[in-house]
Design a protein around this ligand. Structure first.
Ligand code: BGP
Length: 467
């Protein structure tokens, strides 16, 4: 029995800053990701130090090798390929009067190559790569200035790619404003003042909500047939025990993320937000038209990343928990070498909860297993663990579809090895295609198919029937 819709968007996802490299080539400006030596869980440098290694500067050189890499994706039968446009390729400092034509041309060629190889481009407008000049000048999204600058960037790329791109999304994992605010909002926080820190987190979020509403409107004006979604990181959150305080805390931790999709999909601030603003003395700076715009132009779908589940234990810090993901170990689950708890049923649970809450289509735009793959003497990579992880999650997606949840597609995270966002490592490999490069940046960059490459090719060829 067919378990996946015939138009299900099978594919894979990367991000410009984790794959392209060419970090200053053809006029590109510095992006926030270019100042990180060990990923977004560490503080950025204030300037590039020539003596240091920055993983995003070369990454896997996708900028020059995308034709070869897309050939691998075509061979697996991809229907869709998600990547981001690096804002700093188009407007190097974010404030230029005119866009950088070489940057526009690169993405023109990239999207054309995808379409030629049978893949729908799925484009993230901001994936942890805001022009760093906007952090230096405005402290990123804390300032309303970024609304107009982002709108101008989006209008430029909508106009340029309106005949190539039908699937867009605004801010990658916008709910990570609480855990990695520099990544999600290009803001630097004063960790010494809790109220001020939360004020900046919620002010930046508000400015992004307004920007999202405006570009949703713009997207539909320029491309009436296109779809534009919001995008969140949505691990399942369980109570650590049946203790009522654990149950209530788990709901509160879930709400910390769902606050963002509540605003962007329902078009208004949820009532529970008022208590947070009151308790922390937060007065959001708004213009009279903000709430009307947010109400009038919600996102079309909910894109989200799902890797793992986590638990809430009474007493754990919830709001403003910058510097990483919180959660107690779940004794019923195995975990990856990086401690991410493997919970395929959790994905079915999250899909049902999200559809119950929003009654809008879902798009699983990130799911995958990071692991320390070994290359054998005969150049093989036997990644059965990745096949097992992905198979189990896809089976639960089929169950969620059977539960009546409309799911647009599945773009596996990191179909080719790329730089880890959290740690900057290459050895945290997700790919169905291996890339010869190590954490210190050494390697030939040659590509190798893993066992999982042939497995995923079969899954797509049979529209999931082989699972
Ligand atoms: C998500 C990001 C992706 C990707 C993924 C895996 O938060 O949207 O950019 O990096 O996490 O995380 P990591 O690369 O740290 O393993």
């Amino acid at each position: 029995m067919t378990r996946f819709p015939k138009n299900f968007l099978w594919g894979g996802a990367i991000a410009a800053n984790q794959a392209e490299g060419a970090y200053l080539e053809d006029g590109k400006g510095l992006a926030i990701s270019d100042l990180l030596t060990e990923g977004f869980l560490t503080e950025p440098d204030q300037a590039v130090d020539p003596a240091k290694y920055y993983p995003s500067h070369e990454a896997i050189d996708f900028y020059h090798r995308y034709k070869e890499d897309l050939q691998y994706m075509e061979e697996m039968g991809f229907k869709a390929f998600r990547t981001s446009i690096s804002w700093a390729r188009i407007f190097p400092t974010g404030e230029e009067a005119d866009p950088n034509e070489k940057g526009l041309q690169y993405y023109d060629d990239l999207f054309a190559e995808m379409l030629k190889r049978g893949m729908e481009p799925v484009v993230t407008l901001s994936h942890y790569e805001t022009p760093y000049a906007l952090t230096e000048k405005y402290n990123g999204w804390e300032s309303r200035e970024l609304i107009g600058l982002f709108e101008k960037y989006c209008r430029t790329v909508f106009e340029r790619y309106k005949d190539k791109v039908s699937y867009w999304m605004t801010f990658n994992e916008i709910n990570n404003m609480h855990t990695i605010p520099f990544a999600a909002g290009a803001v630097i926080l004063d960790e010494s003042d809790e109220n001020e820190k939360l004020r900046v987190i919620y002010q930046a979020s508000h400015n992004m909500f307004v920007a999202s509403a405006r570009v949703n409107k713009l997207c539909h004006e320029i491309m009436p047939e296109a779809q534009i979604g919001c995008m969140l990181s949505l691990s399942a959150v369980y109570p650590n025990t049946c203790k009522p305080e654990d149950i209530f805390g788990a709901m509160s931790l879930r709400r910390r993320s769902l606050f963002f999709s509540d605003v962007m999909l329902r078009g208004k601030y949820p009532s529970y937000a008022n208590r947070i603003f009151e308790e922390y003395g937060i007065q959001l700076e708004m213009e009279d038209t903000d709430l009307a715009e947010i109400a009038a132009y919600p996102s079309d779908y909910l894109g989200f990343s799902y890797y793992r589940s986590t638990t809430y234990k009474d007493g754990m810090k919830i709001l403003g928990n910058t510097g990483g993901i919180i959660g107690e170990k779940n004794p019923y689950l195995d975990e990856t070498p990086w401690g991410w708890q493997i919970d395929p049923l959790g994905l079915r649970y999250v899909c049902n909860e999200l559809y119950d809450r929003y009654q809008k289509p879902l798009f699983i735009v990130e799911n995958g297993m990071g692991n320390n793959d070994e290359v054998t003497a005969d150049n093989k990579i036997h990644d059965d663990y990745r096949i097992d992880y992905t198979k189990k999650h896809l089976v639960e997606i089929a169950e969620a579809l059977k539960d009546g949840v409309p799911i647009m597609g599945y773009t596996y995270w990191g179909p080719i090895d790329i730089v880890s966002a959290g740690t900057g490592e290459m050895k945290k490999r997700y790919g169905f295609v291996y890339v010869d490069k190590d954490n210190a940046g050494n390697g030939t960059l040659r590509r190798l198919k893993k066992d999982s490459f042939h497995w995923y090719q079969q899954v797509i060829a049979t529209n999931g029937e082989s699972l």
